[in-house]
Design a protein around this ligand. Structure first.
Ligand SMILES: [Zn+2]
Length: 582
């Protein structure tokens, strides 16, 4: 099998494969185009024919021909392999079916059959009448019942179990799939879901992976989910993802609500990019799933205390993964469902005009501490500032400080003075990458070195921040000192495994044609980029020194202070010489 994978990878040409769905332009040793995996206006999607790899410097997707097909066609690995094998005329050897794959297949079949039965009971059978009435009273229309394939599980012990056994599934399979529970009294298992409205949970491809059952009438728990199984993992599934996927991809935005019914009524109101986690806090895996289709998350959780803290957690998770987040204003409604039933138009507006996360945090904190005088105001400031400290854009920071002080009725200077307690913001600002080339400056510099095929210019390892780029630099130096020339093929011969992915990233850098055609221009760009690297390094040194100076001042350590200020002056002189020469 492995050798077949290699054979197929060798035979497929990555440039012509990707060209079928992305318009590629030659760019030096690479090809570039607009990324098919995120929306962008300037190309950051690079393809390298030498190594048969691709990478997008905008969203980070990357890999070989197989991973491209997996992502682009949303295919599994075996499916992608089959597609490419057919393309280059390789006949795949049959492998024995994997027992786990077989079991997964059985579980999908069990769930599909159960979902059909539940849906039939709800929509056509007398036993489902009461549940259907309930949904109608909640404002759910028949079309939504059909789209979401909602169902009803009657309060009968062996209802779906008996049906599935008749269809040929074994009791053991039914228990393992989670649809049935083992019985103490009988050899046959019994139904997990009884007397519940059934919301089938689908994966992005629309396969039924599990169920969420809401009790009809009173009883505990209100919601019951299928247990995790080979095909279902509660913490990486999202209810509604199969129906919402298309619109999320188009709008690049996902609306996140708390409950299944919120999702159904939101879709019904025309906001079809809505999904929800399954009764638990949002997880990293769920954010990753959304990120495959969207760039932004709009949170519309319930407006109670639990909803607000769930929002705060979700904001942190999503921002950590580089997604934009906004929060919907639900006004006086307790959840989206209530808002949609009363004012469907306001719901659309609320999702479109969602406010910034920071306004949301300010508003919810003010709400919590309102009417508590100076002490309340102090608490609001203490609660909100840690979030604002995370802002790297000074204009934005100013705007929210203003908003906070206005709403507190406090002078902005007073609020700002609290912000500078601790030097956190200063550090945060210092970490901002240089605008040109962003976080890829080191890789770009190495790419220029590779393009020039020599390393005669002085580049210090210390200027680099990343361990891998440092290691590559010293590898290039060694190679050049040894052979007098830098050739990709030669470097690949003794490139350690641990550095291949960084090396590929360097190869995939976009070095403009005008530099490649003209050695003089290339040399100039190389020099400029080297200086930029050095300057960035010096600036960071100065920032560290200024912190140390402040500490020495506070501690009244005169001797240390003199040393530090001297060093600070030296570096700043060096920096201004560099500034003048570039
Ligand atoms: Zn991309």
């Amino acid at each position: 099998m492995d050798s077949q994978v290699e054979e197929i990878k060798r035979k497929v040409d990555i440039v012509s494969l990707i060209s079928e769905s992305v318009q590629l332009k030659k760019a030096g040793r690479n090809y570039k185009g607009l990324c098919p995996f995120h929306s962008e206006k300037t190309p950051s999607f690079m393809v390298n024919p030498e190594r048969q790899i691709f990478k997008c410097f905008g969203c980070g997707e990357g890999g070989d021909v197989l991973s491209f097909v997996e992502k682009n066609e949303r295919a599994s690995f075996p499916e992608a392999l089959k597609l490419l094998a057919d393309r280059v005329g390789v006949k795949l050897k049959q492998t024995a079916p994997d027992p786990a794959e077989k079991q997964k297949d059985t579980f999908f079949k069990i769930n599909a059959a159960a979902a059909e039965l539940y849906h039939y009971i709800l929509t056509k059978h007398a036993k489902g009448k009461q549940a259907l009435e309930y949904l109608k009273a909640r404002g759910i229309v028949p079309a939504a019942v059909k789209d979401f394939k909602l169902g009803f599980a009657p309060a009968v012990e062996g209802f779906v179990t008996g049906y599935l056994i008749k269809k040929g599934f074994s009791p053991a399979e039914l228990i393992a799939s989670g649809i049935s529970l083992p019985s103490q009294r009988s050899k046959n298992p019994y139904d997990r879901f009884r007397g519940r409205i059934i919301f089938p949970i689908h994966d992005a491809q629309g396969r039924t992976v599990g169920f969420s059952g809401r009790i009809l009438g009173s009883g505990e728990p209100k919601y019951l989910n299928s247990p995790d199984s080979l095909i279902f993992n509660k913490s990486n599934s999202l209810f509604g993802i199969d129906l919402a996927r298309g619109e999320i991809g188009k709008s690049k935005k996902a609306i996140l609500v708390e409950g299944n019914l919120d999702v159904v009524s939101s879709h019904q109101a025309g906001v079809t990019n809505t999904v929800c986690p399954l009764g638990t806090a949002l997880t990293e895996a769920q954010v990753e799933l959304i990120k495959r289709y969207a760039e932004e998350i709009v949170l519309a959780f319930d407006s109670d205390g639990a909803g607000i803290s769930a929002s705060k957690r979700a904001i942190e998770l999503a921002e950590n993964q580089g997604m934009a987040v906004r929060v919907s204003e639900l006004g006086n409604f307790k959840d989206p469902d209530e808002m949609i039933r009363t004012e469907p138009k306001s719901w659309q507006k609320a999702t479109e005009e969602a406010t910034s996360v920071y306004e949301f945090i300010i508003a919810s904190s003010l709400k919590r501490w309102s009417g508590q005088g100076v002490d309340g105001k102090r608490r609001v400031v203490a609660e909100v500032l840690p979030y604002l400290k995370g802002l790297t854009d000074p204009m934005q920071l100013e705007q929210y400080l203003q908003s906070l002080s206005d709403r507190l009725g406090v002078r902005i200077e007073t609020v700002r003075s609290q912000l500078t307690v601790g030097a956190k913001t200063e550090q945060k600002l210092a970490e901002e990458p240089s605008p040109k080339r962003g976080t890829q400056l080191e890789e770009y510099l190495l790419a220029l070195v590779l393009s020039s095929e020599k390393l005669e210019i002085d580049i210090a390892e210390a200027w680099f921040e990343k361990a891998e780029t440092k290691a590559l630099l010293s590898l290039f130096q060694e190679e050049f000192d040894h052979k007098g020339k830098l050739k990709v093929k030669e470097i690949l011969k003794h490139l350690p495994e641990s550095l291949t992915s960084k090396f590929d990233e360097v190869l995939l850098q976009d070095v403009e044609e005008k530099f490649l055609e003209n050695p003089e221009a290339l040399q100039k760009e190389l020099l400029l980029t080297t200086r930029r690297c050095q300057k960035l390094f010096l600036k960071k040194q100065m920032q560290l020194l200024s912190l140390a100076i402040k500490q020495a001042e506070a501690a009244k350590e005169q001797e240390r202070l003199t040393k530090l200020t001297n060093r600070f002056r030296d570096i700043s002189q060096k920096l201004s010489t560099l500034d003048q020469s570039s």
